[in-house]
Design a protein. Sequence first.
Length: 253
Amino acid sequence: MFSLLELDWSILLMVVSVMLFAGLVHGTLGLGFPMVATPMLAISFDVRTAILITLLPTVAVNLMSLWNSRGSLDKAYRFLPLTGFTLLGSIVGAYILAIADPDPFRLVLAGLILLYLWTNQTGRISFHWINNHFILSMAMFGLLAGLSGGTTNVMVAVLIIFFLSLNVPRAVMVPALNSCFLVGKISQIVVLSMAGLVSINLIIETSPLALAAVIALLFGQILREKIAIEIYKRILQVLLAVLATTLIVQFFS
């Protein structure tokens, strides 16, 4: 079973740095912790190990994000079915992650990052059938996002297409997204625990990482008011593109 205590101090320092940076990103943008942390860690570890390291920190970040946006939660209730379908997809995805070879997930992770970058570059996505088949679209996107999140830790690339198609305001989209992230992550912890991949020791060992991520998130929320968000987004997009390229090269090398 994986243990952080078995890692060299220099690798541990890298892991802490990733937690801090990903937390900063999430605090500034309102989302993005697992999408940033997972590929950065997957360069040094396999995707499954990267997900195990980020389990508790992601839950902590999502809980803090939901608490900070609690005033908008009532407006996000209409997306509760989406959260439910995300939960179902996450259970299936986590089971696949537990039993399958983690190496191909490196390529899937890179693909999801590229999908996210494409949706951000496009700016506005119009799938008119989503409005006409609201419940069906929530089922489809929720299950697919949960499957993606369960296997790679990145479901935002799928969900962002759904929300952009509906032109959902950011104040509503962020709590709805974090609700999906949270239920997906909790189900992932349960399934991976049943598979013997998550232990009490791992939870204890990653608790300081969770604290570091939350502190960085709070600092990111302060920075949100002090820097040009478009410049920050552009830097993040370049970083994600580099990470996706590196993961693809690693897979085929």
